[in-house]
Design a protein around this ligand. Sequence first.
Ligand SMILES: NC(=O)c1ccc[n+]([C@@H]2O[C@H](COP(=O)([O-])OP(=O)(O)OC[C@H]3O[C@@H](n4cnc5c(N)ncnc54)[C@H](O)[C@@H]3O)[C@@H](O)[C@H]2O)c1
Length: 348
Amino acid sequence: MILSSPISLPFGSANVSFFPEGTTAALRREAPPSQTIVITDENIARLHASLLADFRKIVVPAGEDSKSPEILCRVAAECLRLGADRQTLLLGVGGGMISDLTGFVAAVFMRGISCAFAPTTILAMVDAAWGGKNGINLGETKNILGTIRQPLFGMHLPDTLPTLPETEWANGFAEILKYGCISEPEMLDFLEEKDLSFFQKNATETAALVARCVHIKSRFVQADEHETGIRRYLNFGHTLGHAIERQCHLSHGAAVGLGMLFAARLSAQLCGLSPEAENRIERLLERYQLPTHQKLDIDKTLSQMQKDKKRTGREVLFVLLEAIGKPRAQPVSWDALRDFLQNDPRWT
Ligand SMILES: NC(=O)c1ccc[n+]([C@@H]2O[C@H](COP(=O)([O-])OP(=O)(O)OC[C@H]3O[C@@H](n4cnc5c(N)ncnc54)[C@H](O)[C@@H]3O)[C@@H](O)[C@H]2O)c1
């Protein structure tokens, strides 16, 4: 069944329309080409040209490097050249890089215009396109410039998934496993019975899993849009993940998966996570084709973590697990982090 009518989901300051199974026709209805400028990357522009026909388009190079101040300025200049005004809708069509870049441009262009997203990666469908956070990197420091701006809608385009490379499927499952770890242990039971190829072959199950994740994200953001409380739990795996993503040239999901494993090890030492739960997270990462070890330059990793938004002087706030489904945020000292990294063969 095609669900082209939206579900209204609360995300803090706004209700956002969620289209679980969008189509080309629905996209044109919600984002009329005459009022819309599409921001996309070169892969989507090439692979899904017919979807984007008739739209004014700004095409940026694919990859994380496009989340930069230089590309941001180039996109804003292109918006001006294409005649954007305060009534223009910026529509990001692509993965999380595109939703972050589009959301940021929309937040600052003419002091703020509307945006919407049509995510085309699993990662953006379950996470990046939702919640209003966007970010631009400065060198190796992830998302250090950013705003919070809710989109008008998020329209999933399942018809774009057949072209998504296998590694990008795995990338997206890291964030799905994160939701299971912090809030829905039953979802991990389900994921333990399935694997990537099951979801790649089964569009209905994928759509249902994605929708489940969007609802989880809505619950966290609705309770704490500005991340002063429980929204922090969504950063499980991200403190180490962000520090190593650019340094080690990893995808966001692979880096977050490694970060979850590190946080699980810290949790076992600092707040009683059982060894079985730690092993379970590792096995799930393997099952979904995500890495479970990575040689790190520990000095560089710690110095990168010291630029994290969650640091406070001598400590950094880590999201840990007391048990699967029971997260907590706890400051951890730099000395302890160095010890944990140095004494675990996964990182050396
Ligand atoms: N704002 C948030 O709340 C939030 C949350 C999680 C992640 N993020 C950000 O999201 C980014 C990662 O997103 P991502 O993993 O989607 O990466 P991405 O946007 O770079 O996409 C990964 C690759 O997949 C390609 N691609 C996308 N859709 C495709 C399709 N349907 N078919 C073929 N190729 C396709 C892209 O061209 C790119 O090469 C990171 O910058 C991360 O920081 C933001």
